[in-house]
Write a protein that binds this ligand. Structure first.
Ligand code: MRU
Length: 329
C-alpha cells in the first residue's frame, strides 16, 4: 500500500466475476487472505508474505518499537504467517529470507530495518518476475507452433509476479505470435482452472478450451495435446513434486498416452531439506469444499468427504522440471 503499512491484493476468490482489490493491514487479515485463497499460487504466496512482513515492520517502527522488540515481534508474526498454509515451500522460503535480512541488521535503527525489509520484499517480487520470464523461455523452447498443452489448476500470472510458471511459455508464445492450443482442467473442488486459468488465458487472447477434470484422458487419447505443463508447490530433493490435487493422476495418464509431463517452477520451490515426496506436508481442507460449489449444496450435508489440496507426483513420471536455470531431466 501507499503508506507502506498495508498490502493490496487482487482477491482471487472473486474471479472471474469481479476484479476486486483488497487492502490488508493486520496479521489476522493476512493469514485469512492466504487460508481462504484470496492470494494463492506458491510463488504469489511467497511474494505476498514478503510484503506482509515489510508492512508489519513499518507499522511497528512507526509505533516506536526498538530494534530488539521489533525483531522479536516480527519473528513471532512470521511464524504465524508460515503456519497459514503448509504445502507451498515458497511461503517459509520468503519468510526466512526476510528474517535473515532483518537479523543481519540487529545493530541498526528500527527505521533502517523497516527500509531494508521493504527493499527486500520488492527484490523478492522482482526476482520472481525474472525467474518466471526465464522459465517461460525454457518452456517455450520445448514447444512448436500448433502444439496443444494440457494444464491443471492455475500457475499463471495470478499465481506469481508476472507470466506465471506453467502458463509462462504459453503467454510468451502469444507475445511472439506462435499459435498454441491450451486445454485447462477445471480443477475441482475450487475451480482454479475454470475461474483463473481460463480467465487469464482467454483475456490474453490464447486459444484455450476448458475441460472438466475427468476429460483429460480423452484429450490425451485423441492426440490433442503434445505436452502437459503444470506448476508446483514443493519439489523434494529427489524430484517428487507436490502440486494441486489431481496432478499425479494426469501424470499417470500422460505416461500411458506417451505425452511428456513437465513441472514448471522457480528454484525457490525446490526444497532440498525434503528428501522425498513422502516428507512434503499435504494440506487437508474443509470438507464443505467437496459438498458445496460456491455456496450451493451439491451433496448430502453430512456425507464423508476426502479433501486433500495437493498430491505428490513421483519423479519417475516427470519428464523434466523447468526452472529459471534450465530444464532438469
Ligand atoms: O491451492 P492453490 O490454488 O494455492 O494451489 C496452487 C497450485 O497447485 C499451483 O499449481 C502451484 O502453486 C504453482 S503456482 C505457479
Amino acid at each position: 500500500g501507499e503508506d507502506g503499512e498495508s498490502v493490496v491484493l487482487l482477491d482471487q476468490t472473486r474471479l472471474p466475476g469481479r476484479v476486486e482489490y483488497r487492502t490488508v493491514r493486520d496479521l489476522k487479515e493476512m493469514v485469512e487472505a492466504i487460508r481462504t485463497l484470496r492470494v494463492r499460487g506458491a510463488p504469489a504466496i511467497g511474494v505476498f508474505a514478503g510484503f506482509c512482513l515489510s508492512a508489519l515492520a513499518r507499522q511497528m517502527e512507526r509505533a516506536g518499537l526498538d530494534t530488539p522488540g521489533l525483531l522479536r515481534e516480527l519473528d513471532r508474526k512470521g511464524k504465524i504467517l508460515v503456519s497459514s498454509r503448509p504445502t507451498a515451500v515458497n511461503l517459509s522460503w520468503a519468510v526466512e529470507r526476510m528474517m535473515d535480512r532483518a537479523s543481519g541488521l540487529a545493530g541498526g535503527a528500527p527505521e533502517e530495518l523497516a527500509a531494508a525489509l521493504e527493499a527486500e520484499s520488492r527484490a523478492i517480487r522482482r526476482e520472481d518476475e525474472e525467474m518466471c520470464r526465464a522459465i517461460a523461455e525454457h518452456g517455450l523452447s520445448l514447444l512448436k507452433a500448433g502444439d496443444g498443452v494440457l494444464t491443471h489448476c492455475n500457475a499463471g500470472p495470478l499465481a506469481t509476479s508476472r507470466y506465471g510458471t506453467a502458463l509462462g511459455p504459453i503467454l510468451l508464445a502469444g507475445e511472439r505470435g506462435i499459435p498454441l492450443r491450451v486445454f485447462a482442467d477445471e480443477t475441482r473442488p475450487l475451480l482454479q482452472g475454470a475461474r483463473l486459468t481460463a480467465w487469464e488465458l482467454h483475456q490474453a487472447g490464447v486459444d484455450v478450451t476448458l475441460i472438466c477434470d475427468n476429460m483429460a484422458s480423452m484429450v490425451m487419447k485423441n492426440g490433442w495435446v503434445q505436452a502437459c505443463f503444470v506448476g508446483c508447490d514443493r519439489v523434494a530433493a529427489n524430484g517428487d513434486t507436490a502440486n494441486k490435487i489431481g496432478t499425479s493422476g494426469l501424470a499417470v495418464l500422460a505416461r500411458y498416452y506417451n505425452v511428456p509431463f513437465y513441472v514448471l517452477g522457480p528454484t525457490s520451490t525446490i526444497d532440498l531439506e525434503c528428501p522425498t515426496g513422502a516428507d512434503i506436508p499435504i494440506e487437508e481442507r474443509d470438507r464443505d469444499e467437496g459438498r458445496t460449489l460456491y455456496g450451493t449444496r451439491t451433496a448430502p450435508e453430512s456425507v464423508e468427504v476426502c479433501n486433500p489440496a495437493f498430491d505428490v507426483t513421483p519423479h519417475s513420471l516427470v519428464t523434466g522440471i523447468i526452472t529459471e536455470k534450465g530444464v532438469i531431466y
